[in-house]
Design a protein around this ligand. Structure first.
Ligand code: PGA
Length: 249
């Protein structure tokens, strides 16, 4: 499958940020991307971002509730995201796990909700710095993966994102060798559980991806794309990352 370059705007962006969507759209029109491109703006901007993208850029949510509807004040269902024009949703981001106490089981139920609504789920896993330093990174991520990915995965309905917590927003990244080792581990787990489907499922890398390191990261074996936070907020930077996608991956 083509690599997927996904932008996660997190809690950033008022109406004027739509100019970045328009700028990105113009860049991609002039230079067709060697990858699938997705932007996940805050839910408040989703409808307007979809309109601004005019079908040229796919849009996604950053989280969803597991239920379709109900008395869950402040929450947003996968169906609502779909209705607003989203085609994907991030679930289990480490910031959700850390600040909202999301467990693997809850993340799995959110992934199932995404599929129910016809959205692709980007399911995130990643170790903390202590876990890496103590040599437990592979084990931790393997466990998160096993608990967060429900039965029913296909290469089309899911991308897994490996995002080491210590690399998010810090400017620090693992070495190519460390990324390769983790992606191979995730691949092995997916293949053991899902066979050929697991071989085709994209595994994204996320954490301080920027124009200066994207080319190297996107050429690492088993890297099926990138999940980009800070550097996705500006069209120029995000466009430069997209241009680094590896068409032969
Ligand atoms: P970052 O965030 O690119 O700003 O490190 C990545 C993410 O959290 O998805």
């Amino acid at each position: 499958m083509r690599q997927l370059i996904a932008g996660n705007w997190k809690m950033h962006g008022l109406g004027d940020a739509l100019g970045e969507i328009e700028a990105l759209k113009r860049m991609l029109a002039g230079n067709p991307p060697p990858a699938d491109v997705l932007v996940c703006p805050p839910a408040t901007l989703l409808t307007r971002a979809v309109a601004a993208a005019g079908g040229a850029i796919a849009m996604g949510g950053q989280d969803c509730h597991s239920e379709q509807k109900g008395a869950f004040t402040g929450d947003i269902s996968a169906e609502m995201l779909k209705d607003a024009g989203a085609s994907a949703v991030i679930v289990g981001h480490s910031e959700r796990r850390q600040y909202h106490g999301e467990t693997d089981g809850l993340v799995a139920s959110k992934a199932r909700a995404a599929w129910r609504a016809g959205l692709m789920a980007i399911i995130c896993v990643g170790e903390t710095e202590d876990q890496r330093d103590s040599g437990h990174a592979l084990h931790i991520c393997g466990n998160q993966l096993a608990g967060s990915v429900p039965d029913g995965l296909t290469a089309e309905n899911t991308a897994v994102a490996y995002e080491p917590v210590w690399a998010i927003g810090t400017g620090r990244t693992p070495t190519s060798r460390e990324i390769e080792e983790m992606h191979a581990h995730v691949r092995q787990s997916l293949v053991r559980r899902f066979g050929e489907i697991g071989r085709r499922t994209r595994i994204l890398y996320g954490g301080s991806v920027k124009p200066s390191n994207a080319a190297e990261i996107l050429r690492v074996a088993d890297v099926g794309g990138a999940l980009v936070g800070g550097a996705s907020l500006k069209a120029a930077e995000f466009g430069a990352i997209i241009a680094c996608a590896n068409p032969d991956a």
